[in-house]
Ligand binder design. Structure first.
Ligand code: 4AD
Ligand code: MG
Length: 474
């Protein structure tokens, strides 16, 4: 809404200026939300439609501030051949009440300046066409001008802010964990190694003296901080060299990670995950209802109901053992036979969510041998497990992964010894020598979160510039 923050204050300030200097720049969102008419305003944006009639010229202008366009009404004499769909324009005139029911305000143009014409014949987006996501994905440099991507990017921006607010409101300290690191947190070997470009290479030496990689997770650095701050979080780019073209994997994605000290129960970590999901989603739904509606109406019509189920029900919890039993008894045939000791595949994860009524499912206590070195040993006999948790959601499978961390020095030392990692992780062992506390945390894939709330099938459509194997456009 146009309020104290926006153009109205500026409008008042400008009232005493000479006419030519008086025009106040308004964003489309502010203009649409205005409660009263205003003279001498200026709107800048891109033309979404042009309709020329005998008596009047109609334009629709969008500047990225809202899904809705601002209608401009002008005398046909202001038309010129550069004024086409896609062109960049600056329109000056008066904001007036619109006689049409569809909009509150419209701009009665006095001048229209085409700042940048658009060659509509070669422009891949077409006026008033609802292009499929697969089509606009081919044009990463232009697709943000399409309604669907515009909505997605506004939602992404609000969701980022909502996630930061959730943690800040709950007393977490935001830590910038490094992008360049010398460790492999997950131990899965999906690392991108960093090398100096060939031209500058000094033979046989590493720039950092040690091999360095793009981070696969900020967790270990957050654990460092959890030795001084009881609640920390990070939210940044994460990289995995997974040779996957799947609909839920990227080589570069954003991960939200939190670490909680003085936490002995996996339930505490799960409660934070559930609260984060529900609070951030409520905020997104209230901040950008029209943008979300576009997805729920045109992209994934069943997602609105599914999301309501997720928000109103308590998330379900089952153990890995129970999960395997459910899968073994399933009438469905899986490509991968479910067996105790094997990782759950996406098909298994999706089945489990369906089995639990499409409500998100926490699967806890995974086999010791499946999980990374830092997870806390449950010491539970022959079916040896660790205090790990994955959150599975409808249509996607794994959304979050977390665990209690092994805070006991002897357990950690012997596990690292067995893996041949004890020397490399001396600093990590130090954390257990100097004021070690029980702690735990989790990571949530931000793009998978967006897929989940909006019902977007392919992860490449919820990030501005997707990077995946064999593709790094722009
Ligand atoms: O389950 P992951 O591998 O967990 C960790 O990295 C922990 N160190 C996090 C922590 O405890 N601080 O990854 C966490 C989440 C996954 O559940 C998934 O949502 C997302 O990150 N993710 C990916 N998203 C997109 N593309 C990929 N290649 C992803 N790999 C993981
Ligand atoms: Mg995982």
């Amino acid at each position: 809404m146009l309020g104290a923050r926006g153009g109205w204050q500026a409008l008042r300030r400008c009232a005493s200026l000479p006419r030519a200097q008086r025009a106040v720049r308004l964003r489309v969102r502010e203009a649409l939300g205005a409660r009263e008419p205003a003279g001498e305003v200026k709107v800048q944006g891109w033309v979404r439609s042009v309709r020329s009639q005998k008596e009047v010229l109609f334009l629709h202008i969008n500047d990225g501030s809202s899904l809705e366009n601002l209608q401009v009404v002008a005398d046909p004499s202001l038309e010129n051949r550069d004024l086409t769909f896609g062109s960049a324009v600056e329109v000056q005139g008066k904001l007036v009440k619109s006689p049409h029911k569809m909009q509150n305000m419209e701009l009665k143009a006095e001048t229209i300046r085409v700042v940048g014409p658009c060659d509509i014949w070669s422009f891949p987006l077409k006026m008033k066409e609802r292009h499929p996501l697969e089509y606009v994905r081919q044009f990463p440099h232009l697709r943000c001008r399409n309604n669907t991507l515009g909505s997605l990017l506004r939602i992404r921006s609000e969701a980022t802010a909502a996630i930061h607010s959730f943690f800040q409101d709950n007393g977490y300290v935001h830590i910038h964990t490094p992008i360049i690191t010398s460790n492999d947190c997950e131990g899965a070997g999906e690392l991108f190694q960093i090398e100096v470009s060939f031209k500058r290479k000094i033979v046989e030496t590493h720039f950092f003296n040690v091999p360095a990689f793009l981070t696969v997770s900020g967790q270990l650095h957050l654990e460092v901080m959890a030795g001084a701050f009881t609640h920390v979080f990070t939210f940044g780019p994460t990289f995995r060299a997974e040779n996957s073209q799947s609909r839920r994997h990227l080589a570069e994605f954003y991960m939200v990670e939190a670490e909680l000290s003085f936490t002995e129960s996996l339930q505490d970590v799960m409660q934070v995950i559930e609260d984060l999901f529900k609070t951030a989603t409520d905020t997104v739904l209230s901040k950008c209802p029209h943008d979300v509606e576009l997805f729920h109406k045109y992209i994934a019509p069943a997602q609105k109901d599914r999301l309501e189920q997720m928000l109103k029900n308590k998330f379900v919890t089952i153990s890995y053992n129970e999960a395997v039993e459910i899968l073994k008894q399933a009438s469905q045939t899986f490509s991968f036979k479910p067996e105790w000791g094997c990782d759950l595949q996406t098909e298994h994860e999706k089945y489990l969510v369906k089995h639990c009524g499409e409500v998100p499912v926490f699967v806890i206590n995974y086999p010791y041998n499946l999980k990374p070195f830092y997870m806390r040993d449950n010491e539970d006999g022959p079916q040896h497990t660790v205090a790990a948790v994955d959150l599975l959601v409808s249509g996607i499978g794994e959304l979050c992964g977390g665990s209690l961390r092994e805070e006991r020095l002897p357990f950690l030392e012997s596990r690292l010894q067995r893996l041949g990692l004890a020397d490399a992780y001396q600093w990590y062992l130090d954390l257990r020598k100097f004021g070690s506390v029980p702690h735990g945390g989790f990571g949530m894939g931000f793009e998978r979160y967006l897929q989940c709330i909006l019902g977007v099938d392919n992860i490449k459509d919820v990030i501005p510039f997707p990077r995946f194997s064999h593709s790094c456009l722009l």
